[in-house]
Ligand binder design. Structure first.
Ligand code: HEM
Length: 557
C-alpha cells in the first residue's frame, strides 16, 4: 500500500512514495519522511491534503486518496525563505549596508525569522530564531562549516591547516581540535592569569597621562592595543610594549592582523571577481597574509622551546608547565608521541592570535561603552570589586574574577546587546527543511545573526533594555544557552574554543580599570560601528578616565 508525499507547489521535484503497510505509528512515518525529505526536525512535519485539510492521524494519512503534502508548519507550505527584492548586480546591497545590524533587525521584523538576501551576487540565508539557529550550529547530517565555499564569508581567510579558518571536513580540523582546546582550558587560563593581569596594568601610565592632560581617548583604538597586548603575552609570552607612550602605535603583527581582517571583509562584501584581481585590495590581502605569517613564524621561533621536555596531552596539569600557549602547543604530544605538525602549529598559532584579540578588543570596548552609557553600572561594579576585597595591591585570580556575579551578568548583558560576533555561517550539506518549513538548497550558506537573535522581541523581555539583572535569575543563563537564544561564542563543534581566555581577560581588565579609574563618555556625536570589519566594533566612541582617589566602603557580608 503506497502513499505519495510531496513538498507542495512551491518546491518542485521533491516527491517520494512510502510503503504505508510497514508504518505503525505517525512518529515512525514522520521519522521516515524526515530522513527522505531532509526535515532537520521530523517531529515538526504536518500532513496536508487539498481536499481534506490537515491530517492528524496515521489512519487519515493512510486513507487519503491523493498525494499528501508535507509541511513544516500548520499554516503554510514548505517554501524558500522570503527576502527583499533584488536589484541588478548589487542585489540587496543597499537594503543591508551601511547599517547591517539595524537592517537585519528590520528585515526579520518584515519577512519573518528566516530570510534570503543577495549581496553582490552572493546568496545567503539568515535567521534570528533560536530553534533554527540551534540546528544550523549543530555540525552533523545537515550543516557543516566549509570556508572553502566561495560564498562563505570567511572564504578569503580560508586556510585548511587550522581551526577557525578550516572546513570541518578538512583533516586538520580533528588534529587541531585535539590539541588546541586543552591549551585554553580553565586550568590553563587560570595558570596564565598573572600574564593577563600584567598586560591589563600596562595601560595605567597612559591613562594617568591622559587624565592629567584632561584628554579623552578613542576607546577601540586603545582596546585594540590592549587586546593585542594580552593575547601576545598569553599566546607568545612576549610584551608588545603597546603602552610605552600615549601614542605608541600597535606592534607590526597586530597592525597586520587589523589590516588582514579589514581587507578580507572588504573583499568578501564585493563581487567574486574583485577577490581575483591581481592588484588593489585583493593583492594587498595576499601580501599582508604572507607578511603576517612570517611575523608569527618568527615569534614562534622566539617563544617556543623546541628542545624542552615534551608534555602529555592526557596530563590535565601539563599546561601548568608551559610558559605560554604557543609553548604548550609546540611541546604537547598525544599517547602515540604525535604532536601538532609544524605547518599546523604555525597556522593554529595564527588562528588563536587572530581569533583571540579583535573579538576581545571589541567586547572590552562595548563593555566600557555600557559602563558609561547605562547609568549606575559603573558604581555597582566598583562596589562589587570593593566587596570582594579589591585594593591597590589586589592580584585577582581566575576563581576570584568568576566569583563576582554582577561582573559576570554585566558582561553577559554587554555581549547580548552589543555582540562582537556578527554572522556565524554554516553550509547546508544537502537539500533540507528547517523548522517553520523553510527550504534550504544543498550548498547554501546559512547564517545565524547573533545581534538580532540576542534581541529577538519574540523571545526576550524588553530586548532593547540594558539589564544585567536578567542574568542574576537562577538558571536563566543555562536556559538561554540551551534554547539557542544566547550564543555569543557560537555553539557546537565549531564554537569558540577561546571563551575561557576571553572572559577571564575581559573580567580582569574591567576589574583593574574600574577599580583604578572613573570613566566618562566623551563621544562628540552618536557612536557608530564599523560595518566593514569581521566583528562589530565602535568607531568613534571616546571616553575619559580619571584616577580614583576615593572608594565606597565594603558592605557587610
Ligand atoms: C569576546 C571574545 C570572543 C568572541 C565573541 C568569540 C566568538 C567566536 C565565535 C562566534 C566563533 C565561531 C566562528 C565561526 O563559527 O565561524 C569563534 C571561534 C573560535 N574562537 Fe573565539 N571568540 C572570542 C575570543 C576568542 C579567544 C580569546 C580565542 C583564543 C585565544 C578564540 C579562539 C577561537 C578559535 C580558535 C575559534 C575556531 C574554533 C573552530 O574552528 O572550531 N576566540 N569565536
Amino acid at each position: 500500500m503506497q502513499q505519495q508525499f510531496h513538498l507542495g507547489t512551491l518546491i518542485q521535484g521533491h516527491c517520494h512514495e512510502v510503503d504505508m503497510s510497514t508504518m505503525e505509528t505517525l512518529d515512525e512515518l514522520k521519522s521516515e519522511l524526515g530522513r527522505t525529505f531532509g526535515f532537520v526536525d521530523a517531529t515538526s512535519i504536518t500532513f496536508f491534503s487539498p481536499t481534506i485539510g490537515t491530517l492528524t492521524s496515521l489512519e487519515e494519512v493512510k486513507s487519503c486518496d491523493g498525494p499528501v503534502e508535507l509541511r513544516g508548519s500548520q499554516d503554510s507550505s514548505v517554501r524558500i525563505p522570503p527576502g527583499p527584492k533584488t536589484l541588478p548586480v548589487v542585489g540587496n546591497h543597499y537594503e543591508l549596508y551601511p547599517d547591517p545590524l539595524g537592517n537585519f533587525d528590520r528585515l526579520f521584523s518584515r519577512y519573518g525569522p528566516m530570510i534570503k538576501t543577495v549581496n553582490m551576487g552572493t546568496t545567503t540565508y539568515h535567521t534570528n530564531d533560536p530553534e533554527i539557529s540551534r540546528h544550523i550550529l549543530l555540525e552533523g547530517e545537515f550543516f557543516t562549516k566549509a570556508t572553502s565555499n566561495p560564498s562563505h564569508p570567511l572564504y578569503y581567510l580560508s586556510e585548511q591547516n587550522a581551526l577557525f579558518t578550516c572546513d570541518t571536513a578538512s583533516p586538520a580540523f580533528a588534529i587541531s581540535h585535539k590539541f588546541v582546546p586543552p591549551a585554553l582550558s580553565p586550568r590553563a587560563i587560570a595558570h596564565h592569569a598573572p600574564l593577563i593581569r600584567a598586560a591589563a596594568r600596562d595601560i595605567f601610565p597612559v591613562l594617568d597621562e591622559l587624565s592629567t592632560k584632561d584628554l579623552a581617548f578613542n576607546v577601540y583604538q586603545y582596546m585594540f592595543k590592549m587586546g593585542g597586548q594580552v593575547i601576545w603575552r598569553v599566546v607568545a609570552g612576549q610584551d608588545l610594549q603597546h603602552f610605552k607612550a600615549v601614542n605608541t602605535p600597535p606592534a607590526l603583527p597586530i597592525r597586520l592582523f587589523g589590516q588582514y581582517l579589514h581587507l578580507m571583509k572588504k573583499v568578501s562584501l564585493r563581487p567574486a571577481w574583485y577577490g581575483r584581481l591581481p592588484f588593489g585590495d585583493a593583492a594587498r590581502l595576499r601580501a599582508v597574509r604572507d607578511e603576517l605569517w612570517a611575523e608569527i613564524a618568527r615569534a614562534l621561533r622566539e617563544c617556543a622551546s623546541p628542545d624542552g621536555e615534551t608534555l602529555s596531552l592526557s596530563d590535565p596539569t601539563a599546561s601548568l608547565k608551559a610558559t605560554c600557549i604557543a609553548d604548550y602547543l609546540s611541546l604537547v604530544r598525544d599517547d602515540k608521541g604525535q604532536g601538532l605538525p609544524e605547518e599546523m602549529l604555525l597556522a593554529n598559532t595564527v588562528a588563536v592570535l587572530g581569533a583571540g584579540f579583535t573579538t576581545s578588543a571589541s567586547l572590552l570596548s562595548w563593555s566600557l561603552y555600557a559602563l558609561v552609557k547605562y547609568p549606575g553600572n559603573q558604581e555597582r561594579l566598583l562596589q562589587e570589586l570593593v566587596d570582594h576585597g579589591a585594593d591597590s595591591e589586589k592580584d585577582w585570580t581566575y576563581d576570584q574574577l568568576h566569583a563576582m556575579k554582577f561582573l559576570d551578568s554585566f558582561i553577559k548583558e554587554t555581549q547580548r546587546l552589543h555582540s562582537p560576533s556578527f554572522q556565524t555561517t554554516r553550509n547546508a550539506k544537502k537539500d533540507l527543511i528547517l523548522p517553520g518549513g523553510y527550504f534550504i538548497p544543498e550548498g547554501s550558506v546559512v547564517t545565524t545573526c547573533f545581534p538580532s537573535l540576542h534581541k529577538n522581541p519574540a523571545h526576550w523581555d524588553k530586548p532593547l533594555k540594558f539589564d544585567p539583572d536578567r542574568w542574576l535569575e537562577q538558571g536563566f543563563a543555562a536556559q538561554a544557552a540551551r534554547k539557542g537564544l544566547y550564543t555569543p561564542f557560537a555553539a557546537g563543534k565549531r564554537g569558540c574554543v577561546g571563551f575561557n581566555l576571553a572572559l577571564a581577560e575581559v573580567k580582569m581588565v574591567l576589574a583593574e580599570l574600574v577599580y583604578n579609574y572613573k570613566f566618562e563618555d566623551a563621544s562628540p556625536e552618536a557612536v557608530v560601528y564599523d560595518p566593514e570589519f569581521l566583528v562589530t566594533r565602535p568607531l568613534n566612541f571616546y571616553a575619559s578616565a580619571t584616577r580614583r582617589t576615593e572608594w565606597p566602603s565594603k558592605r557587610a557580608e
